[in-house]
Design a protein around this ligand. Sequence first.
Ligand SMILES: Cc1cc2nc3c(=O)[nH]c(=O)nc-3n(C[C@H](O)[C@H](O)[C@H](O)COP(=O)(O)OP(=O)(O)OC[C@H]3O[C@@H](n4cnc5c(N)ncnc54)[C@H](O)[C@@H]3O)c2cc1C
Length: 320
Amino acid sequence: MADMVMTAGVRKKLQALVGSPIAWDCPLREYTSFHIGGPAAALITVQDLEELQSLLQFFIADHIKWHIIGRGTNLLVSDAGFDGVILLLGKEFTTFSRISAGENGGHIVQAGAGCSLTRLVNWSLEQRLSGLEFLTGIPGSIGGAVVMNAGAWGRDLSDVLVAVTFITSAGQVCTVPRAQLAFGYRIWHDLHDYELSIAAAGAEKVVINVSLQLQEADPAQMRTLCQAYRDKRQMTQPKGGPNAGSFFKNPPGDAAGRLIEASGLKGLTIGGAMVSVAHANFLVNIGGATAADVLELMETVQLRVREDSGILLEPEVHFL
Ligand SMILES: Cc1cc2nc3c(=O)[nH]c(=O)nc-3n(C[C@H](O)[C@H](O)[C@H](O)COP(=O)(O)OP(=O)(O)OC[C@H]3O[C@@H](n4cnc5c(N)ncnc54)[C@H](O)[C@@H]3O)c2cc1C
């Protein structure tokens, strides 16, 4: 499949556009926490905004499919892979800084979308800035966390967001304040300000950085809170087996894990994929799982839970 789009001519033109070597026919399982997925025709680690813009222009002109991924911790990639270009954000997109101090100990910080949540939380602790402790132990990038509206313990990223800067597939860079963005439970809804940009609505976008509102606080208290969250995760989440975190969204007023467990599905195994015994909302790769195994397991779980409770579980994980 990959060879159909990536002719030698296209490969040459693409390589000329970027500073780092392109990984051709690149196995995506190495870029996902599930350790599952076939090859991408190409994988490019983008060095800076200028490079990203030239790539997006080239993709439009040459009708090349592309997709941005973060740390791949909420992603199931198909066994056939992806017949286009996968983009990853490189070093230039991993910086953070305080940009202003507000009233009452409030601070605005800016973070590159490629930065890991763990690094951001640690940095905020060093800076004595509170507000991100709930992200402790979530293994994704900031860009992925915006798209997923990642969260835990009753808080999510949209609670601390001030603005998101992204680039549209047409190369338009937009900084949109939080008030003009709509977030829900594990979802960033499409842009809903029609005046903002027709081009931006519905098009694939690359988040490049975010501004967050944090608060000066006592670092000892912040560390205690982070440790408490880490301990809770240790107690409830599977210790081994690659996975993508909670597989299904919690339905209103209930927990997906409780429903799956109530249907007696803990330990259910299809191929190399298993419903975790430690936490029923984790589907784990117990060795050699394919995306097809995970999808079959997902459908079986959905069917059984629906039969038992009438509730259709909706996946939280994104599919590529
Ligand atoms: C052990 C474990 C525990 C987890 N616990 C939690 C938890 O408590 N709470 C929670 O919310 N999640 C949790 N997750 C899921 C996951 O870590 C988060 O959703 C995280 O925010 C995803 O970030 P990512 O960079 O890995 O995104 P990816 O998985 O790479 O991508 C997710 C989606 O975001 C898109 N995307 C990624 N980066 C960008 C970008 N820069 N611009 C535009 N689109 C982008 C991708 O195309 C994809 O559609 C957990 C996962 C694991 C493995």
